[in-house]
Design a protein around this ligand. Structure first.
Ligand SMILES: [Zn+2]
Length: 343
């Protein structure tokens, strides 16, 4: 599938400010981008998570791609909230929400205000060679690639049904995903695929392609769905890295706790949560190759397995059995050396 305006969409979404519970600007940008798409239906739940359906809206989608619209940042405390925060996390009227060590917060890196929230004063979108740098790659890159895919699907008119969810307040512990899990709008068999940006661990590297996340710090994801993702990559010759990304956790764990089938794909991320070298707050960055690979992989998953995760055991059995066939001469050549067991 043609990647269409992937890079323009990345620029549009990455330049939009966001913070936990203050995802309304990103939400609006997503709505505007999807507005011209006739084959896309957009709903929301009572928390403001976006639920987007592509194709036949009456069908049960096999794949649901999910990303979160927030990023660690400073938010104004609601009056009389009684919310307790460590001194290092407080700046003027704001409190910092999200996983950033205090050693970084204590350096008092400049911030930029956007009404009732603030972000680090860093560029929203900056191309440096093969890399994209931003104050919030996590998880606006995920949002942008899913939007680009929905637009590409709409333009192609391909007949299949799939869905996407854009959640709120992931960075403080899967608040949006939890609300979604409690009132899951799909079948439990519909596979939620967490689309994230993550630190490359477990031998994965930046520039090595998107990472098929077999699990995170909390859970191991669905084997059949993971195998189908890897099989789609193999069939389309898409460079993908298989990794247990256990430096963090993602919404797949949040939803799996509600019995929902899950998988994960992550783009390798530099300067995770803006944590640069020597406790200096810095832009996050990703490799364009990995982001484009994520788009291609998601499209391949839909094209190869439009009904949802398919049991690929047959493929594996064939591979193993051909190994048996190849070695038949050895099996026959050693059979006389194994004496029958005495009764
Ligand atoms: Zn994050």
């Amino acid at each position: 599938m043609d990647r269409g305006h992937l890079h323009e969409i990345l620029e549009t979404i990455l330049t939009v400010p966001t913070a936990p519970f203050h995802e309304y600007h990103v939400r609006e940008a997503i709505l505007q981008l999807l507005k011209p798409c006739d084959s896309v239906q957009i709903k929301e739940d009572d928390f403001g998570n976006l639920i987007v359906l592509y194709g036949d809206h009456t069908a049960t989608p096999g794949w649901i791609f999910g990303s979160h619209m927030d990023h660690p940042g400073f938010v104004a405390l609601p009056e009389g909230s009684g919310f307790q925060s460590a001194a290092a996390r407080i700046r003027d009227q704001f409190t910092f929400l999200g996983g950033v060590p205090e050693s970084y917060l204590l350096r008092k890196f400049p911030i930029r205000e956007f009404g009732r929230f603030a972000m680090w004063d860093l560029p929203g979108f900056d191309v440096r060679g093969t890399q994209i740098w931003s104050r919030a790659c996590d998880d606006l890159v995920g949002c942008a690639v899913i939007v680009a895919l929905l637009i590409a699907l709409d333009r192609s008119g391909v007949e299949l049904s799939c869905a996407a969810v854009f959640t709120r307040a992931e960075e403080v512990g899967f608040i949006g995903a939890t609300r979604l899990g409690k009132a899951w709008p799909f079948q439990p068999s519909s596979c939620f695929v967490s689309i994230e940006t993550s630190v490359a661990v477990d031998r994965a590297t930046m520039g090595g392609g998107p990472m098929c996340r077999v699990g995170d710090r909390i859970s191991i994801f669905d084997h059949t769905a993971t195998a189908a993702i890897l099989e789609a990559a193999q069939r389309r010759s898409i460079k993908v890295q298989r990794a247990l990304l256990d430096r963090g956790a993602c919404e797949a764990s949040g939803l799996q706790a509600y019995g929902i089938r899950t998988a994960g794909i992550s783009v390798p991320l530099g300067n995770y949560h803006n944590c640069g070298k020597e406790d200096v707050i810095s832009p996050e960055f990703v490799e364009s190759f990995d982001v484009e690979g994520l788009f291609d992989l998601m499209a391949a998953i839909l094209e190869e397995f439009p009904q949802g995760p398919m049991d690929c055991s047959e493929v594996l059995r064939k591979r193993f059995e051909s190994g048996v066939d190849t070695h038949l001469p050895f099996i026959k050549g050693t059979s006389d050396l194994f004496l029958p067991l005495n009764d």
